[in-house]
Design a protein around this ligand. Structure first.
Ligand SMILES: [Zn+2]
Length: 444
């Protein structure tokens, strides 16, 4: 949300209207300065948020209109908790303050029920066999495009799913995808869809249709990232979201562009999804997965890219796969693809060993390849996983030791010191996205 003059006036009138402790603080701290500029108001929100003022109270005070739905009951599954519980839209802001993430299942409680009755189609994956073509597409990927697109994407005040800014950034993204499609060779069957939601931000779906459609090859290969961002201190504050998940957004946009440029014509439908509202509890991906399930549409495999550019100082940059809430066979296949086509090392199994009867035993929790995510973190692949489809999750490093400390703050920018934000790193993931599209989608 941009801070217009009327917005500031509203905020100030709210300050004078009633007298609770929070308003008193705002009032006490030179309200005329608050009125003088939007920067001052932002400063006050930041300050009060840092003082732990309740984010919902603060929201109602400074933007009563925007805060209208905050008392609405929502059924939230907090990650790491056993069960979902009824909280409110405003409680999401309180959870964010505590660094907690969640899935909002209010409208999608039935997700996965129908698919449970079906036998999963694919458990084995094709042999890697499109080396020449994949490498040709990869050679047309450009770091400059990643940088240009991310510069624009992060220039939005924030990309909060409930805000006008979130709607505007989503429309900008839609136009970028549309522009790529408009420039495509007319012989490539491509389509684009704005998937609208109950909030202002839309998801965007681009699709390569199979060259020769066949009833045996209707299952889609899906590559995803989330386009929204959020400042967990307060949603009215700036959230450039360069790494989370602007990086994944431009990573897959560049893979899509290069595939179009090299006239990719798959055997299976191949889709690129840019999800809205991930930070609101997977609010973009869940309705999409639910629609596919309701329509009986099959998904061959889904791969999410969330955070692809952060490179911790003094750490070797890698390609990593998360092992929670994913299909293990698909994760192993993703690792194989990354080892084949990416130039950075791919994180492998990390066993935590225990000595039992003088034998080293690799503890079961760490048996799988890749890095295990915090129990309270995740991304949009979980929606597909919950819907009963095969999904995996690629990310920039080990979440335990290489986690980006700037995410969900105003400091998640592409201008980090000491090369901590690396477009070369993100490009490695564009390579993985290309490989995933071609090796699983086939190429006629
Ligand atoms: Zn994210």
């Amino acid at each position: 949300m941009k801070f217009s003059a009327s917005f500031v006036l509203l905020a100030v009138s709210a300050v004078f209207a009633t007298a609770n402790p929070l308003q008193a603080v705002l009032l006490h701290n030179e309200p005329h300065r608050v009125a003088s500029s939007q920067d001052a108001l932002l400063e006050r929100i930041t300050e009060l948020s840092a003082l732990n003022a309740d984010p919902v109270e603060l929201y109602k005070l400074v933007d009563p209109e925007g805060a209208a739905g905050l008392d609405e009951p929502r059924l939230l599954h907090i990650w790491g908790e056993e069960k979902a519980e009824w909280l409110t839209e405003g409680d999401k802001l309180r959870l964010h303050r505590q660094g907690l993430k969640f899935t909002d299942i209010t409208e999608t409680r039935e997700l996965g029920n129908k698919n449970k009755l079906k036998v999963q189609a694919i458990t084995e994956f094709p042999k890697i066999s499109y080396g020449t073509r994949v490498r040709d597409v990869i050679s047309h990927l450009s770091v400059h495009n990643l940088r240009d697109n991310l510069e624009k994407l992060t220039s939005f005040f924030n990309r909060f799913y409930k805000s006008e800014n979130g709607a505007a950034s989503s429309h900008w993204l839609y136009l970028q995808v549309l522009d790529i499609i408009a420039k495509a060779d007319p012989s490539i069957p491509l389509s684009i869809r704005k998937f609208t939601h109950t909030f202002p931000q839309s998801s965007v779906i681009a699709r390569f249709e199979p060259k020769h459609p066949s009833p045996n090859r209707t299952a889609a290969v899906i590559i995803g990232a989330h386009q929204d961002s959020a400042n967990y201190l307060h949603p009215l504050l700036p959230a450039p979201g360069a790494d989370d998940d602007g990086s994944g957004t431009v990573t897959i946009l560049e893979a899509f562009r290069a595939l179009v440029e090299r006239k990719f014509t798959p055997e299976y439908p191949v889709e690129f999804h840019w999800y809205a509202g991930e930070e609101g509890g997977l609010l973009g991906s869940r309705p999409i997965a639910a629609e596919y399930e309701a329509l009986g549409r099959d998904v061959r495999a889904m791969l999410q890219f969330d955070m692809t550019a952060y490179t911790k100082a003094n750490h070797t940059p890698t390609v990593a796969f998360i092992t929670t809430d994913v299909s293990t066979p698909l994760t192993e296949y993703g690792i194989l693809l990354a080892e084949e086509y990416a130039d950075y090392p791919v994180q492998r199994k990390r066993c935590i060993f225990e000595v039992r009867r003088s034998v080293l035993i690799c503890l079961r929790n760490f048996f799988f390849l890749g890095a295990k995510l915090f129990p309270r973190a995740g991304s949009d692949h979980m929606s597909w996983h919950d819907a009963g489809y095969i999904a995996a999750f690629a990310t920039e490093g080990d979440p335990y030791t290489e986690f980006d400390p700037y995410v969900h703050t105003a400091n998640d920018t592409m201008y980090l010191p000491n090369g901590e934000f690396s477009f070369d790193h993100a490009l490695e993931f564009s390579k993985v996205a290309v490989a995933f599209a071609v090796e699983l989608g086939g190429w006629v």
